[in-house]
Design a protein around this ligand. Structure first.
Ligand SMILES: *[C@@H]1O[C@H](CO)[C@@H](O)[C@H](O)[C@H]1NC(C)=O
Ligand SMILES: *[C@@H]1O[C@H](CO)[C@@H](O)[C@H](O)[C@H]1NC(C)=O
Length: 258
């Protein structure tokens, strides 16, 4: 529960964004146990199990190792992503997580299509809201008032959808702003979190929309328990153009536990 408290998060700052190749958020816990060959092997085993087990339902929790050396893992794919792409995403995520955190036993990595996390602690009990990454489009909308109203309305309309039993923690929606412009919004809650945690996370996001995303053409807010994104182009699976972040910038926010 005190995982992120007082810790500094180190992110890779990327100037060029490639949707499929680069993670949208990543974290190595520098303060986790020192890696040993046994723990490293247990991480490998957990990752292999997650890649194997997750695509079927889009979500899995597993562990591996003897008591005291046990590694826990969680993996999830975005709710609209088919199993084949889920597998591909998790394979990349597993490889990159170990590469970016070679000496740590705890890692968290988000891609657009999947999410992966492992460590020796009980990850499910960790409901810390200290981990946050924001990406936003550097351009502004032309009609802020209409945009704000529409975004708020759409967010309110879909925010309960991830709480429904068969939603895979995923909700999406779209609204036309004009004849040629459509707003697309997506919410993804991590499925290990219960509805209360999902709702709490979404309240956090809602509260920070104004300061972090106000009037921006596109924005993504990533917490360890939920991920919210809106754009003026479709990024839903099957319609995404994969290079639509042309004029975007990444801003990384490093915060302690509130
Ligand atoms: C993870 O996958 C295994 C094997 O398919 C399955 O038995 C288990 O119930 C899954 N766990 C979760 C939390 O979905
Ligand atoms: C990006 O921004 C530049 C300068 O504001 C503009 O000329 C260009 O058209 C923009 N590109 C896209 C894809 O929006």
């Amino acid at each position: 529960m005190v995982f992120f408290h007082q810790y500094f998060l180190i992110f890779a700052l990327c100037t060029l964004y490639v949707e499929s190749a680069n993670p949208i958020a990543q974290f190595c816990n520098e303060f986790s146990y020192t890696i040993t060959p046994e723990l490293s092997q247990n991480i490998d085993s957990v990752l292999a199990k997650l890649i194997q087990n997750t695509p079927q339902t889009g979500f899995n929790i597993t562990d591996f190792g003897d008591e005291g050396k046990e590694v826990n893992g969680i993996a999830q794919c975005r709710g609209d992503v088919p199993s084949q792409e889920c597998t591909a995403c998790l394979q990349t995520a597993a490889k990159e997580a170990k590469k970016m955190c070679p000496n740590q036993v705890e890692a968290l990595i988000w891609y657009e299509y999947c999410f992966l996390r492992y460590g020796t602690r009980n990850l499910i009990e960790d409901d810390d809201m200290g981990f946050r990454v924001v990406h936003y489009n550097v351009e502004y909308v032309t009609n802020p008032r209409l945009f704000k109203e529409t975004l708020t309305g759409l967010f309110e309309r879909i925010r309960k959808v991830p709480l429904e039993p068969n939603s895979k923690g995923f909700g999406k929606g779209e609204v036309k702003l004009s004849d040629s412009v459509t707003l697309y919004v997506m919410i993804q809650c991590t499925r290990e979190s219960d509805n209360t945690k999902c709702e709490r996370c979404l309240s956090y996001v809602e509260g920070r929309f104004k300061s972090l995303c106000e009037d921006k053409k596109g924005c993504r807010i990533i917490y360890s328990m939920c991920y919210v994104r809106y754009e003026l182009y479709s990024f839903f699976f099957g319609t995404d153009k994969k290079l639509s972040l042309v004029n975007s910038s990444m801003a990384n926010y490093v915060v302690g536990k509130p």
